[in-house]
Design a protein around this ligand. Structure first.
Ligand code: HOZ
Length: 429
C-alpha cells in the first residue's frame, strides 16, 4: 500500500498547521507513522488520496452510526442547501431537534444547541456553577470533555496519548477549581464529597468512557454517584458526546437507568456535521440567558445544515430500532473474533465493549480506570495499528480511543477485520 500523496500533503501541512493537523490525535504520532489523508467515505468504507480503501472503525470519532453518506442524511442536507446555510435566526428545525432530543432523553427538559461538544461541556459547567452558586467541579482522570480550560486537568484522549497530563496555558486559578478523581472509585469520590461537599457545583463524567479507550462503569458506580450528587446538592452532568444515541437510543442514561441533572451532546446530533448541545432539568436550564443570568451564545448555534443532518440521522435510528440489534451483534462478533485471534497468536490482550464502542487493550489486566489503561503496551498497539492499516483496516490511532461499529458493517467487513487482526497479531505484534 503506497501513501505518496498523503506523505506529500503531510509535509506541506506541517509548514502551515501545527503538527500538520487540526486535532492532535490525527497526527498519528502515537502509532509511529504519518497520517493518511482522506478523500471520500461511503457506508463503512473510506478512501485516501492515494486510492487506498479502508474499512472504517472510527466513524468520524463516533457520530456516524449509519456510516458515511447515508441516503437519509444526504438528502436532508441537499434540501437545506437549496434554501440557505446560515441565518443567525430561529428556524423550525431547531424546535424539532429540541423536541426530538427531549423525547429520546427525557431527563433533558430544555436544551440549548451549540457548535461542538467542547462548547457544550464549557456551557454546562457555567450553568451548574451559576445555578448552585458554587465553584468546584469534580472530573474523572482519563475522561475527556473537550478542550475546556478547567477540564484539561488529567484528561484522556489526545492528552493521554501525547503524555500531557495538564495543558500549558491554563491558569492555576482555573485548574484549581477542578477536583480530579479516579474513575470507578467510589471511596475517593466519597472522600472528595466529605471534604468539599458544600463547594462542589457539579460532577461531570463520561458515563461510559471513550477517551481512555472504552471503559464501562462498574456496577453501582453511576447509581452511588447519583446519590452523592443529590445528597450534596451538586449537579450531575453526563457527557454523552460519545454515548448519546449510540450505546442505546436514549444514551447511557437509558442503558444504566441513572438520570443525570444535565447532559452534554456533541457531533452525534449533527449526523457528521459540527454541532453540540447541553440540556437538563427545566429548573436548571432556566438559569440560561435570556431566562436567567448565565450568559451563553453563538451565531451559528442551531445551524440549519447541522440540525438537518442530525435530525435525519436521529429520526432514522428512532424509526429503525433494529439498527441497534444489528450493530450490537456485529460488535459482539468483532470483539469475540479479535480476542480469539489474539489468544491463538499468544498475544496478551483484554477488551471492553459497551454496544458499538469497543477497545482492545494491550495489557493483561481488565481496564476499569486510567491506572489500568496506562499499563498498556502502547508500542505493541502501534505495531498492531500499522499492520491493520496496511491491510485496509482503519482504527483509532491511539490505544486511548474507542473504536466504533456502524449499522453498515456487515458480516463480510467484520470477518475481514478479524482475519486482518489475526495476521497482525501473528506477524507484527
Ligand atoms: N477527541 C477526539 C477523539 N476522542 C479526537 C478527534 C479528532 O482528532 O478529530
Amino acid at each position: 500500500m503506497r501513501h505518496d500523496r498523503s506523505s506529500a500533503l503531510f509535509a506541506e501541512a506541517q509548514r502551515f498547521i501545527p503538527g500538520g493537523v487540526n486535532s492532535p490525535a490525527r497526527a498519528f504520532g502515537a502509532v509511529g507513522r504519518e497520517p493518511v489523508f482522506i478523500i471520500r467515505g461511503h457506508g463503512c468504507r473510506l478512501w485516501d488520496v492515494d486510492g487506498n480503501e479502508y474499512i472504517d472503525f472510527v466513524g468520524s470519532w463516533g457520530p456516524l452510526l449509519l456510516g458515511h453518506c447515508h441516503p437519509a442524511v444526504i438528502s436532508a442536507l441537499r434540501d437545506v442547501l437549496d434554501g440557505g446555510t446560515s441565518f443567525g435566526a430561529p428556524t423550525e428545525a431547531e424546535v424539532e431537534m429540541a423536541q426530538l432530543i427531549s423525547d429520546l432523553m427525557p431527563s433533558i427538559e430544555m436544551v440549548r444547541l451549540v457548535n461542538s461538544g467542547t462548547e457544550a461541556t464549557m456551557s454546562a459547567l457555567r450553568v451548574a456553577r451559576g445555578y448552585t452558586g458554587r465553584d468546584l467541579v469534580v472530573k474523572f482522570v482519563g475522561n475527556y470533555h473537550g478542550h475546556v480550560d478547567s477540564l484539561l486537568v488529567r484528561a484522556g484522549s489526545g492528552l493521554a496519548t501525547l503524555g500531557i497530563s495538564d495543558s500549558a496555558g491554563v491558569p492555576e486559578g482555573f485548574a484549581s477549581t477542578t477536583l480530579p478523581a479516579p474513575y470507578n472509585d467510589l471511596r475517593s469520590l466519597e472522600q472528595l464529597f466529605g471534604q468539599h461537599g458544600e463547594r462542589i457545583a457539579a460532577v461531570i463524567l463520561e458515563p461510559v468512557v471513550g477517551n481512555m479507550g472504552c471503559v464501562p462503569p462498574r456496577p453501582g458506580f453511576l447509581q452511588r454517584l447519583r446519590e452523592l450528587c443529590t445528597g450534596h446538592g451538586a449537579v450531575l452532568i453526563f457527557d454523552e458526546v460519545m454515548t448519546g444515541f449510540r450505546v442505546a437510543l436514549g444514551g447511557a442514561q437509558e442503558l444504566y437507568g441513572v438520570t443525570p441533572d444535565m447532559t452534554t451532546l456533541g457531533k452525534v446530533i449533527g449526523g457528521g456535521l459540527p454541532i453540540g448541545a447541553f440540556g437538563g432539568r427545566r429548573e436548571i436550564m432556566e438559569s440560561v440567558a435570556p431566562l436567567g443570568a448565565v450568559y451563553q451564545a453563538g451565531t451559528l448555534s442551531g445551524n440549519p445544515l447541522a440540525v438537518a443532518g442530525g435530525l435525519a440521522m436521529l429520526r432514522f435510528l428512532r424509526d429503525n430500532p433494529e439498527s441497534y440489534e444489528r450493530i450490537e451483534s456485529s460488535s459482539a462478533r468483532l470483539q469475540a473474533g479479535v480476542m480469539a485471534a489474539a489468544e491463538a497468536a499468544g498475544v496478551t490482550l483484554t477488551s471492553n465493549r459497551v454496544g458499538s464502542m469497543l477497545t482492545f487493550f494491550f495489557t493483561k489486566q481488565q481496564v476499569w480506570d486510567w491506572d489500568g489503561a496506562s499499563t498498556c503496551d502502547t508500542d505493541a498497539f502501534g505495531r498492531y495499528f500499522r499492520a491493520m492499516l496496511t491491510q485496509g483496516i482503519y482504527l483509532p490511532c491511539s490505544q486511548y480511543e474507542a473504536a466504533f461499529v456502524a449499522s453498515c458493517h456487515g458480516d463480510a467487513e467484520i470477518d475481514r477485520a478479524i482475519e486482518c487482526a489475526g495476521r497482525a497479531f501473528r506477524k507484527a505484534v
